[in-house]
Ligand binder design. Structure first.
Ligand code: NAD
Length: 495
């Protein structure tokens, strides 16, 4: 069976010329295939979306928010089913997948308030007998291109907001775990969303390039690795589109000497190995400020010994990696770290997993005495590999973060309000946690990194999302009064 596209409210293209494999990472089995769109399919998808956008933008705010409320109820009701779909293709444990759905739901709830979010401004008598008002209008067709690691949450970061604003969306999910997007599309239909307002287009670079180049697509929200994010930003903006492209990360957790080391160790293990480290907000570098290093590493290693790796449907703590190729790539970093002279405290390569032998397993791995020139530090590994760096003081910790090209998330663990405040103010990172290891903002704030973790000037979801998916129009009005007639070629002045 091949997963086809969702165009005009139905599945098409289940017998494509090109397709890709979809695996169950816990068994290693190819469970299905997914269609890869060619240009013709991209054109058909955008045409269907453009047609739907014309009517949808004129649909009242009351009706749009009614669809969002209905979708919210359906998503709530089907959350467990969706979590299991995610686990079957991504590998993350079911409880973690349920958390992903929950964080996605938040964005639906935020978008339910669209009548309030789209309120414009009105200035009465801005000039004598002249009123000025501003409105936010939809862009038309917008593209959303999402990564494998949050197959439901990342689409839910963008799709509800974009739709609520009156746009039609073409979603291009990751080809590694395409089923969650299809499940969501069916729920939207059941919620009453008119056909064509949401399209799911499957594929690889051909589909992405097709959307980037298509004149009918007005904006692109992308989430993925930094090289592709940079490319999407450059190519999309060169075609005159509005683009927000969220990229990769290397998230540091700074542990000061006054921190509660048990809490810090808990946080490092949870944030380092949750979802097998395949989170853009995962902690991958712990910066231990002297003298906490030895004690912190011991407590982290102690907790790691208690983690159960295995099939995400069996109540384990950590699942497999997404593909065999990715598992091998991450394992090659472990070898590189060893060669570079880092201290391999826990080696996950020989993990005994509670799952099929052919699953894409790699256990939690811990390096100590990592330095900033090693590839395990410089590169985003995107796996269960935690590196501990040692620094002599707070200033040295900040220097490490400042020198890193990524700026997605970071956290500081300390009992000092002053240190936490200084860190929050000074650090060149978009999302900061104070004793919170994964500071993903709530839905009514916006999500976004700095430096090479985001290209463009709009963060995702929340208020920035509403701004991104709309453009402002300002209307200046005067109702004719015969006493104010007369020709005047001068530039309009206020009076
Ligand atoms: P990826 O960059 O490989 O793929 C992302 C999307 O781009 C997919 O839909 C894919 O089909 C498409 N794509 C891949 N290569 C392409 C190319 N050469 N040209 C055009 N399109 C291409 O990312 P991934 O492996 O799916 O996801 C993991 C990455 O995403 C990590 O780097 C992670 O940090 C990042 N991420 C970032 C955030 C964030 O909010 N900043 C959130 C989640 C994931």
């Amino acid at each position: 069976m091949t997963i086809g596209h969702w165009i005009g409210g139905r599945t098409t293209g289940t017998d494509p010329e090109r397709s890709g494999p979809v695996f169950d990472p816990a068994t290693g089995a190819e469970t299905t295939r997914v269609a890869f769109a060619d240009q013709e399919v991209v054109d058909a998808a955008v045409a269907a979306a453009s047609e739907a956008a014309r009517t949808w933008r004129r649909t009242s705010l009351a009706r749009r928010s009614a669809v969002l409320f209905a979708f919210r109820e359906l998503l709530h009701r089907h959350a467990d089913e969706l979590a299991r779909i995610i686990t079957a293709e991504h590998g993350k444990v079911v409880a973690d997948a349920a958390g992903e759905v929950q964080r996605g739901l938040e964005n639906v709830e935020y978008a339910c308030g669209i009548p309030a979010l789209l309120q414009g401004g009105f200035s009465e008598n801005a000039s004598t007998a002249v009123d000025v008002h501003s409105v936010r209008q939809p862009l038309g067709v917008v593209g959303v291109i999402s990564p494998f690691n949050f197959p439901a949450m990342v689409p839910l970061w963008f799709v509800p907001g974009a739709i609520a604003c009156g746009n039609a969306v073409v979603l291009k999910p990751s080809e590694k775990d395409p089923s969650a997007a299809m499940f969501l599309a069916r729920l939207w239909q059941e919620a009453g969303l008119p056909d064509g307002v949401l399209t799911v287009l499957h594929g690889d670079k051909v589909a992405v390039d097709g959307l980037l180049d298509h004149p009918g697509v007005k904006a692109i929200s992308f989430v993925g690795s930094t090289p592709v994010a940079r490319y999407v930003y450059e190519r999309g903006t060169a075609r005159g589109k509005r683009v927000q492209a969220l990229g990769g990360a290397k998230n540091h957790m700074v542990v000061l000497p006054d921190a509660d080391l048990d809490l810090a160790a808990d946080a490092a293990v949870s944030a380092g190995f949750g979802s097998a480290g395949e989170r853009c907000m995962a902690v991958s570098a712990v910066v231990a400020v002297d003298p906490v290093g030895d004690e912190l590493v011991a407590r982290i290693a102690e907790r790691m010994a208690g983690l159960r790796v295995g099939d995400g449907r069996r109540g384990c703590d950590m699942g497999p990696l997404v593909t065999a190729a990715h598992r091998d790539r991450v394992a090659s970093y472990v070898a590189a770290g060893q060669r570079a002279g880092a201290d391999l405290v826990v080696d996950g390569r020989d993990v005994a997993a509670d799952g099929a032998d052919a699953g894409f397993w790699l256990g939690p791995t811990l390096f100590d005495h990592v330095t900033t020139d090693m590839s395990i530090y410089t590169d985003e590994i995107f796996g269960p590999v935690l590196s501990v760096l040692r620094v002599p003081g707070y200033d040295a910790a900040l220097e490490v973060l400042d020198a890193n090209p990524y700026g997605n998330g970071t956290a500081i663990f300390t009992a000092s309000g002053g240190a936490a405040r200084a860190f929050s103010e000074e650090v060149e990172v978009g999302m900061v946690g104070v004793n919170v290891p994964i500071p993903v903002p709530v839905a009514h704030q916006s999500f976004g990194g700095w430096k090479d973790s985001l290209f463009g000037d709009a963060h995702a979801y929340g208020p920035d999302g509403i701004r991104f998916f709309t453009r402002t129009k300002v209307v200046t009005t005067r109702w004719p009064d015969p006493s104010q007639g007369g020709v005047d070629l001068g530039f309009p002045r206020n009076g």
